[in-house]
Design a protein around this ligand. Structure first.
Ligand SMILES: [Zn+2]
Ligand SMILES: [Zn+2]
Length: 161
């Protein structure tokens, strides 16, 4: 087993739409693919359903969309120190805004869900740096345990025979 990695791009849809797609149905209306009047490699059964699908069934259209929704949910504030991403602060004589990052609470490499909004939080750059440092340590430990497990599996049969 290797540690999971980021998938990069994904359109995250509501569970009902995901279920319908898995069953070869139109995600918006549930019409089975064999009854479609258009090509079966489209996502939805008709143009109207496509519109409804994007309006009502798509939760996040990729990471930047999810990220923006996380910022909105957290009122554009760092959840650790409360730094306001919308306020202008004076930095070395210039007014600047604090940059915010969207952080995976449980890192993807440790099994955290990349696309679950509940696993993503708003952090300011400084808090994110601290958190990343901690994450890297934990991931390194997980990796070591993982390698030890793999070696253990490799050596186990030898011990047994
Ligand atoms: Zn449809
Ligand atoms: Zn902060």
């Amino acid at each position: 087993m290797t540690l999971p990695q980021r998938t990069g791009f994904k359109v995250v849809v509501k569970p009902i739409a995901e279920k319908r797609m898995a069953l070869n149905q139109c995600p918006a209306c549930g019409l089975p693919k064999e009854d479609w009047k258009r090509r079966k490699d489209w996502t939805c059964c008709c143009a109207d359903c496509t519109e409804i699908f994007w309006k009502e069934f798509v939760l996040y259209n990729g990471w930047s969309d999810l990220r923006n929704k996380v910022f909105e949910r957290d009122n554009h504030r760092c959840v650790r120190c409360g730094a306001d991403g919308k306020a202008k602060i004076k930095l070395e004589g210039c007014y600047e805004t604090i940059e915010l990052d969207a952080d995976h609470i449980i890192p993807i490499a440790l099994g955290g869900d990349e696309w679950d909004i509940n696993n993503v939080q708003t952090l300011c750059g400084r808090c994110h740096k601290h958190k990343t440092k901690k994450d890297i340590k934990e991931i390194a430990i997980a990796r070591r345990t993982d390698i030890q497990k793999q070696q253990g599996q490799m050596f186990l049969p030898l011990v047994e025979s």
